[in-house]
Ligand binder design. Sequence first.
Ligand code: ZN
Length: 534
Amino acid sequence: MKRTVFSGGTIITSDPAGRRTSAIAIEGDRIVALGDDALALIDGSTETVDLAGNTLVPGFRDGHCHPLLGGAHLAEAPIWGIANIDELLAIVRRYAEEHPDREWIRGFGYLPAMLPRGRGEADVLDAVVGDRPVWLTANDGHTGWANSVALARAGIDASTPDPPHGEVVRRADGSASGALLESAQELLRAAAPPIPHDDMVTGTRKALELFRSNGITWGLDAMATPEDVEVAIDVAGSDPSLPRVAVALVARPDEWREQRTAFLEARERARAAGPRVKVETIKFFADGVIESGTAALIDEYTDQAGNRGIPNWTPVGLTEAVTAFDKDGFQIHIHAIGDAGIHDALNAIETARRRNGGRDRRPTIAHTQLVQPEDLPRFAALGVIANFEPLWAHLEPTMVELTIPRLGDERSRWQYPIGSMVRSGAKVSFGSDWPVTSLNPMEGIAVAVTRQTPRGEPPGGWLPDERIDLDTAIHLYTSAGAYQSFEEREVGMLAVGLRADLVLLGADLDQITPLDLWSVPVERVWIDGALVSG
Ligand SMILES: [Zn+2]
């Protein structure tokens, strides 16, 4: 069996003690030795890799992302990350001109901070595309923006009631403005043609190639349907050069009882298709996002009297559904952002544990943005993994212009308590939420360590007590993800016997300043011991 020995740089094992080692040897898909033991294995047939002073880490594991949906969006109008309204409109206009055959013009990922209160107006889009439906989705995924033709096709007008758990934003005269919050986006989804299977397959492959080139060797797709499982299996099920994928199926408040059979069948199909795609997780949206005023808050929004957000479930409904899927042996994964959303999610998990009895269940709350102080110790007590998207924990424009004004100063300080959560003894994992934000793990690690923008603002970091050290940040983006996927005995650290998922970073992380972490490139990636990128 081919043996490769890596040495000559900083090797971060990501084990719980944060140990470094001088060398690592792999054979086939496994790590077989570390340190001097690895060097002693070098003989005439050994391939050696000189790290040239750079850093080797375990493959990154993205505990919450959307390669399926994000992949599908790669074929749409390229508005991802656009923060300027004129630029956005120019892109939409050009895309419509270049794609005369597209019945609907769609796009994902504009930054809502460029719009008043984060909400778009139909006539602004009408001015660039007036003859076809246009439907854009903000990068948070919780806010839609339609032009007048799209509103008409979906039958949305002044007489359309707000659907449960959603809002058709209206002008002063009661007519639909073009902004659709939360479940109101379903009105558009019902009218628009579905994304073709082939587009999904092509897009998902592109997305996973992007993950791989960023050093991500496993990701949890956190919003899928049973049909999407076929796409995931088609793309990643038999290609060992791609990251492994876990898929979380979304349970909906009004139909989860009917969904149960299809979810169990999808899990069986994935188990039969082999180990590279797993369907063992059910996703729930407890609430929305703070930026658009839909995250569920215990006290009202500071800038909007009477608004406490839009919980997607009643507390009883969420508890019932979580308990039922937990009983089916699924892992629970709950999007929860507001302090009330997180409180309800913890309560639901607590009840499911009590009713269904002891087992190793590793429920996960994703995003974990606004945690009221009395709920923080409950993560450790209940064995709930707090999944953070660390890149979000700095003073970027959405945070400064939309989020903090909506929360006020006191509550704003409860956001993304990564350091407190680690110190409380809770399990914590990291993710990107791509395509919501960049999938580059080094950017998230830079923020986790500094709580600063790439330019170093604010000095000392935003909420500096919530900073963590570099080794912890890497641990949370690697080993912790293996724990989240029940694979910590198999992968996630550089330890003898584990699978050799490795990433070579283009710098010595022990020598650079923390702010330089923002721009450390991923140079080469190995999955199961095989070089797959670089
Ligand atoms: Zn997400």
